[in-house]
Design a protein around this ligand. Sequence first.
Ligand code: G4P
Length: 524
Amino acid sequence: MGFIEEIKRRRTFGIVSHPDAGKTTLTEKLLLFGGAIRVAGAVKSNKIKKGATSDFMEIERQRGISVATSVMGFEYRNYKINILDTPGHQDFQEDTFRTLTAVDSVIIVIDAAKGVEPQTEKLMNVCRMRKTPVIVFVNKLDRPAQDSFELLDEIEKQLKISTRPLSWPINSGPDFKGVYNIYNRSLRLFDANVQEVEEGIAFDDVNNPDLEKYIGEDADTLREELELVEGVYPEFDVNEYLKGDLAPVFFGSALYNFGVQELLDSFVEIAPFPRPSYTEEREIKPDETTFSGFVFKIHANIDPNHRSRIAFVKICSGKFERNKVYKHIRSGKTVRISSPTAFMASQKEVIDEAYPGDIIGVPDNGNFIIGDTLTEGEEVHFKGLPSFSPELFRFIENADPMKSKQLAKGVDQLMEEGVAQLFTSNFNGRKIIGTVGQLQFEVIQYRLEHEYGAKCRFENLSMHKACWIECDDKKVLDEFKKRKHQKMATDKRGRDVFMADSGFILQMAQDEFKDIKFHFTSEF
Ligand code: G4P
C-alpha cells in the first residue's frame, strides 16, 4: 500500500465523556469489533477495565480511576483505527486536554438520562477551540432516557454545536425497541437477551405498514418523530462536521453492544484522516515525505522494577522508521529509536515503521519532555501543548532528609510527565506544586514513595491563580516584579510567574499594569 493510502486509511480519535457515561464500555465494544480483544457479549466494563486494556499503573487499579492515557490500535474494514484513551476523572483533565492535541476527531459519550454534564462541556470547549470534528453517542437507551428532542436541544445549547441525528431511538428503558438508522435507512431491533450484532433490516420507507410488524404501536410515533427530525434538522453535511460545526448524533447502548457498529461504520466513513499540524514556524501536512512528530504524553514506570518511561509520539508527517536517525529539536541531539512500540489494545509490540496519525511509544530514560519535537533535521516546534494555569497550590517539603536526591529526581520527572507544575518562589526559594485537581497531590505523594522511595509533605497555600507574565518594556516588568516580589515565582523553564492571592488582586494588578500581559496558559 502506498504512503498516501496509508495516511488516508487512518482514523485517530479520542472518546471523551463525563465519568460514568460509558466511555470505557464503548471503547471496549469498539475494540471487540476490531478483534483487538476477545470477550464475548456484554461484559461489564469494569471486568475488562480491571484486566488488561488501559490500566498500566498500580495507582489506577487502586483507585479504579483511569489515570493513564493509553493508545489502542486496531484494524477494521481496511481502516487503521487508533483510539486514544483519556482519563475520565476531572482532576486529570489536563492530561485529557493534551491527548486531544493528538487526535483528529472525537466521539463524545452522553448518558441519555443525565444529558450534558459539566465535564462534557469542558471537553467540548477544547474541541471547539481546536475545531476538532465531533460525533455524539447518546448512551444507555436501555434505561429510561430523556426525550430525544429535548436532549438534542440541550446538546446544542450547552455544547454550542449544531446537531444532526443519524439514528433515532424507539422508546427507551424497558420499552426500548431499537433504533432507526437514518443514515443508511435500516431498522435495528433491540433484544436485551441477544448480544450478538445482527444485520439491520433494510427499511427504506417508514410509511410501509410492515413497520408495525416489527415495532407494533410504536410505529406511528417513530413516523411522526422522523418527520419532525427531517423538518427540523437540515440534511447531514459532512463538510460541516469536518469543520467542527456540526455533530452527527447516534443513539444506543454500549453495555448491550447496541448501536455501536452503526457508530463505527459511519465513523470510519466520515471521520477525518490525519489533518495538518501546526508548528511555530509553519503548517505541516501529513503527506510531506519527511518525518516529524511530537511528544504529547509521557508515561512513567510501567514496570515498577525498572525506572522506565514511555514517551508517546504522534506522527505528524512522513514515514517513521525504526533505527533511523532523527533530530531531537530541543536538545539539538540526534536520536535513534531502536525499539519503538505500537499499542494494539493490551499488547505492546515493536514496530518497524509507522505513518502519520499513528502513535508510537518510545522507551525513554528521561530525555524527552512533553511538547518535544522530532524531525529529520528541520528546526520546527509543534504548537498547542500548553500547560494550564493551575488553581490549587501547596508547598512541597522533604519528609525524609536522607532521600533528598530521590525527591528532587522524582519531582523533576513527575513534572516532566505533566502531572503537575513546579514553581520556585522568588521570595524564599520554596518549591510550590500547582495542580488543577486535588487528586494530583495524592498521586504525587504516592508515586514519589512507590517509584522513587522519597517522602514528601505538603503545606497548604491559599492562592487563586498562577499566571505567566510578559512585557515588552523591561522597566515596567522590573517594576512589577519589584512591587510584587513576595508573589513572584519562576516556572521550570525560568519564566516569570505571578501568584495571585485572589481574583481581586489579580484584577487590580491587571488594571494597574496595563502594559503587562497576563497569560493563563504557558503557551503564548
Ligand atoms: P466511564 O468510562 O465513562 O466512566 O463509564 P463506564 O464505561 O465505566 O460505565 C459506567 C457504568 O455505566 C458502568 O456500570 C457500566 O456498566 C454502565 N454502562 C455503560 N454503558 C451502559 C449502557 O449502555 N447501559 C447501561 N444500563 N449501563 C451502561 P457500573 O455499575 O459502574 O460498573 P460495572 O461494575 O457494572 O461494570
